[in-house]
Design a protein around this ligand. Structure first.
Ligand code: NAD
Length: 280
């Protein structure tokens, strides 16, 4: 599954929508501190945002910034009419309570889909904003016509930003969903029943060939930096028996960024009243 190619098509479509929107669209990203991985993600997001004609603000606070300073910045962005989307890059430094910050983001501008209102709407199935990575996973499955109703989907990982929302999206598409995590007793017996397997752990090679059903669609969300480059959660040999496998890099990564851009357009449409946010 080629995430790069699909992401490029989605970005081109977003660029057309931005040009036709009638007013500028703005996305503000906020990074606290200088974590090198977060810095790379923010740079990639910033570059892609500018390329589609969205006005990108790359806001940085020092690692020493207080929770109050960050909350003041979020309040400023909530009130700023030129800002349609707000993305606070996680994780935040330990001193800052992530929940306080997430709860402070205007749900209409919450393009990462992490505010409890958006997370709750996803549970209810009347979605508002949804995190970009699981949206990208679903877009890839749809692009390759992977049958979801009735399929057995296994998601490894239960984070709020990837595993849980991916499982809910698959459930809403009528898959039978199993969620595995660090306390799962026999991971291989769960994964080997999967028609669709989503690995979102961050442990290279946690999915080995013997754990995957012949012909399964395997989506590798994991990203681990090693001396030889980025590696996913799925051993490359899985490609020999899987029906589909996403590469790392070039699979889910570019899709995450493309879906952030589509969410930013969605945020602008919510704010203009062209679309109704389900919480309204
Ligand atoms: P996380 O650390 O919040 O969650 C990891 C999950 O894996 C947890 O739910 C945990 O229970 C589970 N887990 C840990 N060890 C396990 C084990 N031995 N067996 C089964 N489950 C186990 O991470 P996250 O934010 O959900 O990200 C997961 C991975 O996806 C990371 O590698 C991250 O870098 C990557 N990621 C990629 C993208 C992308 O765009 N491709 C976006 C977000 C995250």
């Amino acid at each position: 599954m080629d995430g790069k190619e699909l992401a490029a098509r989605i970005r081109a479509d977003v660029a057309r929508q931005v040009a036709a929107f009638g007013r500028p669209i703005g996305l503000a990203t906020v990074l606290v501190g200088d974590d090198p991985a977060s810095d790379v993600y923010i740079r990639l997001k910033h570059k892609a945002t500018l390329e589609v004609g969205i006005e990108a603000r790359d806001l940085r606070l020092p690692a020493t910034a207080s929770e109050q300073e960050l909350l003041a910045l979020v309040a400023e962005l909530n009130a700023d009419d030129a800002v349609d989307g707000i993305l606070v890059q996680l994780p935040l430094p330990d001193r800052i309570d992530e929940n306080h910050v997430i709860n402070a983001i205007d749900p209409l501008k919450d393009v990462d889909g992490i505010h409890p209102v958006n997370a709750g709407l996803l549970v209810a199935g009347t979605t508002g904003h949804v995190p970009g990575t699981p949206l990208g996973v679903l877009a890839l499955l749809d692009e390759y016509d992977v049958e979801l109703p009735g399929a057995h989907a296994v998601v490894i990982g239960r984070s709020d930003i990837v595993g849980k929302p991916a499982a809910l999206l698959l459930l809403h598409r009528h898959a039978t969903v199993t969620v595995c995590h660090s306390r799962t007793r026999d991971l291989a017996s769960e994964t080997s029943r999967a028609d669709v397997l989503v690995a979102a752990v961050g442990v290279p090679g946690i999915v080995q060939p013997g754990m995957v059903k012949e012909g399964a669609a395997v989506i590798d969300v994991g990203i681990t930096r090693t001396d030889t480059g980025l590696v996913g959660d799925v051993a490359p040999e899985v490609a020999e028996s899987a029906g589909f496998l996403t590469p790392v890099p070039g699979g889910v990564g570019p899709m995450t960024i493309a879906m952030l851009l589509t969410s930013t357009i969605r945020a602008a449409r919510y704010r203009e009243g062209e679309l109704a946010h389900p919480s309204a």
